[in-house]
Every structure is written in structure tokens, then in C-alpha cells.
Design a protein around this ligand. Structure first.
Ligand code: FAD
Length: 278
């Protein structure tokens, strides 16, 4: 059982509790990106177990007719054991998901995994002619070139600022510079892509920029935010835009919750306030 405060950011420990959260979200017109918490497995059995759970999840989502997709982590699907392990597990999940009409996102982890993640994404996306999307990080200097290259790959691209701390020779470390880069990447994507852009940010300034670009170019996009962060804004935005909430669940919730709290002490303050007023 997930304790109060943490349960604001994590939708329980089982697929059933996660899907119950998704059902409530869908009632607010918000769709869900469901993620089973887990990363950096060096054990083949752990990889196989999470991959199997994702395949079940996809059939459960399709069977319950919920507006939901899934998001996986490369190191959860075996990237630390080898690129071929990750490719094979991702491809199997996307096969099952495609059969059931469920979309699959690939999260982006630290900078040492970017090449392998994009290569595997591109292979699987071309094999399946879409049905899969990948996350790219604005704080990496390489991302401008990646966003241009990905324009020709079927599937979607989620643009985020970046949750890791890459070394300064390959990354922008100043937050104002990262924001500036995020805007430029949005401009590139809205100009070049036919659609399939996901704006993964809680930042009102970035969202407003994306909305203005949508008005200028007509390119379709979706907004993605995390469970427990700016949820009222998510419901309001869903009146006019396609909004997806990233919904993590699973027994490995402690490190995820710790990351949310250390990333932004406001998260803890807002969560505490919600508990005290409930
Ligand atoms: P920040 O730059 O943190 O904040 C900018 C402004 O946004 C703030 O001034 C405030 O106005 C508003 N804001 C932000 N947080 C809050 C809050 N808690 N409460 C109220 N207002 C707030 N990173 C990865 O590296 N790889 C991934 O695969 C990945 N996937 C993601 C998927 C989704 C759906 C989302 C939303 C993020 C993901 N991230 C991922 C994390 C991302 O890289 C950022 O670390 C995170 O989103 C914080 O940046 P931001 O743009 O939301 O806002």
C-alpha cells in the first residue's frame, strides 16, 4: 500500500489500482500513459517479468476500452544487458500493443543511453510503421540534430527538458539556456513534423509557446504531464487540447517518489497541503 503523499504521484502497486486511476482520469477527459516502475535491471528474469506485465497491461487497457497507452524504460527492458535484449523485448511489446491498438512510449534515460535508445526506437518504429514514440531531452546539445533526424521516422516524439544531469561538454546546464533550447526544438518540430509532437512539460511558458506554434503551423500536438503535478491545469487544458497524464505504478515506487520530491520541494509542499485539507 502506498502511503499518503506518495500516493499523489504513484497510482498504487498493482495494474488494477493503476487502471482504476486511469478510469477516473478519463472521466476528466485526460488520457493516461501507464508506466510500471522499474529500471536498471542486470537480471534477465526481472526484464522478462516486467516485459510480460506490460504485455498483460496492453491487453487489459484494450479490454477495458480505457484511453491509455504505456511508457517503458530502456534499462527496464534490458538495455544494461545489451542493446539486442532491449530491441527484442521492445519489439515484442510493440507487436502485442499494435494488435490491440495501444501506443507505446520509450522514456529517455541518462546520456550514455541516448544512441542505443534512438537506434532501437528507429528500428522498431520502422518495423511497425509507427505505434511507438520516444522521448528526447532539450538539455542535450545533440537533440537539435536528433529532432531533425526523427522527422522522417514513423511514430511520435516527446520533448522534455531532461531529468538527468549530463556533463557540461555535451549539455546545457543553465536552466534559462535549457528553456531557450526547448523553445527552439518546439519551433523545429512544429515546422517539420506532420504531427506526433508531445510537449512533456508543466511549464506554462513552454505550453503557451507550443499553443502559439500550433496556431501558426496547424501541426497536431499533445500535452503530457506527470501524475500529481498541476493536475487542475491538466483538467482545464483538456477542455481544449489533448492531454495525457504519465501514471506510474508498482512496488518500486520509493525511488520515483524520492526523485519527484528532490526535483522540486514544491511537490512535497503541494502534496502536504492537499493531505492536510482533505
Ligand atoms: P520546470 O523547468 O521544472 O519548471 C518550469 C515551470 O513549470 C515552473 O516555474 C512552474 O511554473 C511549473 N512547474 C513545474 N513543476 C511544477 C510543480 N510541481 N508544481 C507546480 N508548477 C510546476 N525526463 C527525462 O529525462 N526522460 C523522460 O523520459 C521523461 N519523461 C517525462 C514524461 C512526462 C510526461 C513529463 C511531464 C516529464 C518527463 N520527464 C522526463 C521529466 C522532464 O525532463 C523534466 O525534468 C520535468 O518535466 C520538469 O521540467 P518542466 O518542463 O516540467 O518544468
Amino acid at each position: 500500500m502506498i502511503p499518503p503523499i506518495a500516493d499523489r504521484f504513484v497510482a498504487g502497486e498493482s495494474p488494477a489500482t493503476a487502471l482504476e486511476h486511469v478510469r477516473r482520469l478519463n472521466e476528466q477527459n485526460v488520457k493516461a500513459i501507464v508506466n510500471l516502475l522499474g529500471e536498471h535491471y542486470d537480471d534477465r528474469d526481472a526484464v522478462a517479468s516486467d516485459a510480460a506485465e506490460y504485455r498483460h497491461l496492453v491487453t487489459d487497457i484494450a479490454g477495458s476500452e480505457l484511453a491509455a497507452c504505456i511508457s517503458v524504460k530502456p534499462s527496464q527492458l534490458g538495455l544494461d544487458l545489451g542493446e539486442d535484449v532491449f530491441r527484442s523485448e521492445l519489439s515484442d511489446i510493440v507487436d502485442t500493443a499494435a494488435e490491440h491498438g495501444v501506443f507505446v512510449w520509450v522514456d529517455m534515460e541518462d546520456h550514455t543511453t541516448t544512441d542505443a535508445t534512438l537506434e532501437v526506437f528507429e528500428t522498431v518504429a520502422r518495423e511497425h510503421d509507427g505505434g511507438v514514440g520516444v522521448c528526447v531531452q532539450a538539455n542535450l546539445r545533440r537533440t537539435r540534430a536528433d529532432v531533425r533526424r526523427l522527422a522522417d521516422v514513423p511514430g511520435k516524439v516527446r520533448l522534455v527538458k531532461g531529468a538527468y544531469d549530463p556533463p557540461a561538454d555535451i549539455a546545457y546546464t543553465d536552466s534559462t539556456r535549457v528553456d531557450q533550447e526547448y523553445r527552439t526544438l518546439l519551433e523545429d518540430a512544429f515546422e517539420r513534423y506532420d504531427g506526433g509532437i508531445a510537449v512533456g512539460s508543466h511549464d506554462p511558458a513552454m505550453l503557451e509557446h507550443a499553443m502559439a506554434l500550433h496556431d501558426r503551423y496547424g501541426t497536431d500536438f499533445e500535452i503530457q504531464m506527470l501524475m500529481g503535478v498541476r493536475e487542475d491545469a491538466q483538467y482545464d487544458l483538456a477542455d481544449e487540447y489533448e492531454v495525457w497524464q504519465y501514471v506510474p505504478y508498482g512496488e518500486r515506487w520509493k525511488s520515483y517518489f524520492y526523485r519527484r520530491v528532490t526535483e522540486r520541494t514544491d511537490n512535497l509542499r503541494f502534496a502536504l497541503r492537499a493531505v492536510l485539507h482533505s
